[in-house]
Design a protein around this ligand. Structure first.
Ligand code: ADP
Ligand code: MG
Length: 155
């Protein structure tokens, strides 16, 4: 039976821990899933996304921050991975022009600065908020598809 937990807080003392969380999530996400990566500049959103994409692609892909291109699309064979950084979005309806609305339904989407999505926010997304804590980070996860948070907690 799938158990549901409402939220989870994880300490990430080193950047290797952030990478490990990204890789773990890469093994759990399916087509149509979305992770909303929240937190300030330098929190580790792109770092986590890079580990996610490399794990899912199975190789040490070059994963540039999409801060200027807004989206980078990766072909993971069975599914596309869309990595978005919406910091520079000037209007939520640009989300439509980027093709993100359509991607939410069929790809795996990793979205930095998801507050820019406005009414385009996909329902049922996993919220992953990163915060700086001392030399490390804290991750707070909530929402997402049934069973995903429990699977993260189970290790
Ligand atoms: N758990 C951690 N502890 C310490 N440093 C981390 C941790 N996770 C990531 N970092 C570092 O923090 C920086 C985050 O940069 P980046 O991922 O570009 O941030 P963002 O995309 O949130 O602006 C990187 O230099 C990364 O190595
Ligand atoms: Mg970033």
């Amino acid at each position: 039976m799938t158990r549901t937990i409402p939220s989870q807080t994880l300490p990430l003392p080193t950047e290797a821990d952030t990478s490990a969380l990204g890789a773990k999530l890469a093994r759990l996400m399916q087509a149509g899933d979305c992770i909303l990566l929240e937190g300030p500049v330098g929190a580790g959103k792109s770092h986590l996304a890079r580990a996610f994409i490399r794990e899912r692609l199975g190789r040490q892909e070059d994963v540039p921050s999409p801060s200027f291109t807004l989206v980078q699309v990766y072909d993971a064979g069975d599914v596309e991975i869309w990595h978005a950084d919406l910091y520079r979005l000037t209007h939520p309806d640009e989300v439509w022009e980027l093709g993100l609305d359509e991607a939410f339904g069929r790809a795996i989407c990793l979205v930095e600065w998801p507050d820019r999505l406005g009414r385009h926010l996909p329902p049922g997304a996993l919220h992953l908020r990163l915060a700086v804590k001392g030399d490390g980070r804290m991750a707070h996860l909530s929402g997402g598809r049934d069973g995903v948070l429990q699977a993260v907690a189970d290790g």
